[in-house]
Design a protein around this ligand. Structure first.
Ligand code: M6R
Length: 606
């Protein structure tokens, strides 16, 4: 949800800002802008659209130039995407970029209007810029603190004061922001990949801490204005991980990174052939102490939780409730200290998931997060964290993060089932070893994308389609459907195959594509019956199943056969063709695969 950057140092700041912003464009691409100190004046250039539109505009107008500046790429919340609503906001004296939502902006706006301020944009951000201006009496630090006392909501702010050229002030609450430092230069950014080209050293700003970047030096202050020392972190991945590396899109690259991501996530958590999660304090004894498990997440991460539920309930026989975080927060869930709440998030910054975590803690439940981004808010605030080691996921459509989230759920399920005496040591070792074979199987599937490309060519002109499955296949098809709709813009729904005849089958017309996932052999015949029901009504059926499944030629038009592994683990391999089908369909439709319309990678507003 919006990306912000800032730079102070010897380099040409405009180049650094545009380059860093391009690494954050996955966070929003409704508009972009920068503000730079040029000859002691704050100069701003901004434009509706992507960073490429901003560059085109700057090249026509002449680029501003300097050594200190801030930049922004926007995902619109308050006010349509337009030049006026683009960041930076402010005036010749104080200029800001903002990520987040100021919830009480209307009240502040009224207060400022009474004082004679006139607003140009429809944004909440402009109220912060004007409030800073209103309170400013020469001391930036105390002005910022006064403003923080007034504003409610979430924010990461980069601020420049004309009186202090070559200096940036930065502060955050509930929106991510890092401060990075190189030799005689310093940066702010919403995410580490934005600055990796320049430095790997970074600091994590805590709630309402203020950073001051002055001529390449960085100082930190707590929320009372007292100077503090902070621990420096070193990014454990490099530029290549955040580059396309020869692939046409980040999404395709990330799909291909899945085997490595699974290995890196699973291998360190196996000891003597058994799953071991003690790194975060999750011992077998602790695992078996829970009466109920809740999984709370959004989007793809929630879909990983759905697979987790089926697997845990199937082999560990512990009830698991999966909730969309935005619902969990407001449904007054019944929680107690014998419950475990698992929060799943790639970014670790998703606003609803973060608030769900805080709610679970307030209610006394144990919290465990499954998070990809190290040091993110969800990881830091949960009682226990199991990091997924997928490396940076840049494409808005999540693929490898889902895959590693599944891996962790399998490890939890095996450990839980063993701890509770539901499976023997031998069975636990067998399942764990089978999990370790998954990367090879994914590699094999990736070697032959032809079937998926063909399916994409059959879907490209469709307006609607259905995904159906039973049990684990149903949980998985939810993710297949989301993937397709978010990047191809084709409407699709995922349905429990047996539920179709209770209403939704009326949508099936001649030629409508139906993707049937049938990897669970105990349910295969039942799913086939449902497939025949849609086939009889003219559907074009694409079936994803084991390569040796016995599929009648009149049941499916296209069959994608997958190498056979334990049915329990099939979601990890069966998701790959679903990801590829979505990817190739999006490419054929000429869409911007990595930056689908209306979306942003990191959803830091509720
Ligand atoms: O960073 P998170 O995993 O918390 O993000 C959750 C969802 O916003 C995310 O999975 C979203 O659904 C993706 N665009 C799906 O591809």
């Amino acid at each position: 949800m919006c990306g912000i950057v800032g730079y102070v140092g010897a380099r040409e700041c405009t180049e650094v800002l545009l380059d860093s912003l391009s690494k954050l464009e996955y966070r929003g691409y409704d508009s972009a802008g920068i503000a730079v100190f040029e000859n002691g004046e704050i100069r701003t250039q901004k434009s509706k659209g992507k960073i490429s539109d901003l560059i085109e505009k700057m090249d026509k107008e002449g680029r501003i130039s300097g050594h200190c500046g801030i930049g922004h790429t926007r995902w619109a919340t308050h006010g349509e995407p337009s030049d006026i609503n683009s960041h930076p906001h402010g005036n010749a004296n104080i200029t800001i970029v903002h990520n987040g939502i100021i919830e009480n902006y209307k009240k502040i706006k009224e207060f400022l209007e009474k004082k004679g301020y006139v607003f140009e944009s429809q944004t909440d951000t402009e109220t912060v810029a004007k409030l800073l201006d209103c309170f400013y009496e020469g001391n930036p630090l105390s002005t910022i603190q006064r403003v923080l006392d007034e504003i409610e909501g979430s924010y990461a702010l980069g601020i420049m004061f004309k009186d202090y050229p070559n200096r940036i002030y930065a502060v955050r609450k509930d929106s991510p922001l890092i401060v990075a430092s190189g030799e005689n230069e310093a940066f702010i950014a919403s995410d580490v990949p934005a600055v990796l080209k320049y430095t790997k050293n970074f600091y994590l700003l805590e709630q309402d801490e203020i950073a001051v970047l002055d001529n390449g030096r960085v100082e930190f202050y707590d929320d009372h204005g007292a100077p503090i020392r902070k621990e420096m972190h070193i990014a454990d991945f490099d530029m290549e991980a955040a580059e396309k590396g020869g692939y046409a899109h980040f999404m395709l690259k990330e799909i291909h990174e899945q085997p490595t991501a699974v290995r890196t996530t699973v291998t360190p958590r196996i000891s003597d052939g058994m799953p071991c999660l003690e790194e975060c304090g999750m011992t077998y004894d602790r695992l078996k102490s829970y009466n109920n498990i809740f999984v709370v997440a959004c989007g793809t991460a929630m879909h990983a939780g759905l697979v987790g539920k089926y697997v845990i309930e199937k082999i560990a026989r512990i009830p698991v409730t999966v909730d969309v975080a935005s619902e969990f927060r407001y449904r007054n869930p019944i929680l107690c200290s014998e419950d475990l709440v698992i929060l799943v998030s790639q970014s670790g910054e998703t606003a609803d998931t973060l608030e769900a975590l805080r709610l679970a803690k307030r209610n006394g439940a144990d919290t465990l997060s499954i998070v990809n981004v190290k040091g993110s808010s969800i990881a830091r605030e949960s009682d226990m964290v199991l990091y997924t080691h997928a490396g940076p996921e840049i494409s808005v459509a999540s693929t490898k993060a889902y895959m590693v989230q599944l891996s962790v759920f399998y490890l939890i399920a095996f450990a839980l089932a063993y701890a509770d005496g539901k499976i023997s040591t031998e069975e636990c070792k067998r399942l764990t070893s089978e999990l370790q074979t998954v990367p090879e199987v994914i590699d094999k599937i990736l070697e032959k994308p032809g079937d998926c490309q063909y399916v994409a060519s059959q879907l490209v002109n469709s307006e609607n389609l259905l995904y159906i499955g039973r049990g684990l296949d149903y949980a998985l098809s939810m993710e297949g459907s989301l993937k397709l709709k978010e990047i191809s813009y084709i409407h699709s729904e995922s349905y429990a195959a047996g539920e179709l005849k209770h209403g939704t089958i009326s949508l099936v017309t001649s030629g409508m594509p139906v993707i049937a996932v049938a990897t669970q052999r105990d349910l295969f015949d039942k799913t086939i019956s449902n497939v025949k029901e849609v086939k009889a009504r003219g559907a074009k059926v694409i079936m994803v199943t084991h390569e040796n499944s016995d599929v009648d030629s009149d049941a499916a038009d296209i069959v994608i056969g997958l190498p056979t592994i334990d049915d329990l683990l099939m979601p990890m391999t069966a998701v790959v063709p679903l990801q590829l089908i979505a990817y190739y369909t999006s490419v054929l439709r000429g869409n911007d695969v990595d930056k689908p319309r209306n979306l942003a990678k990191s959803v830091t507003v509720e």
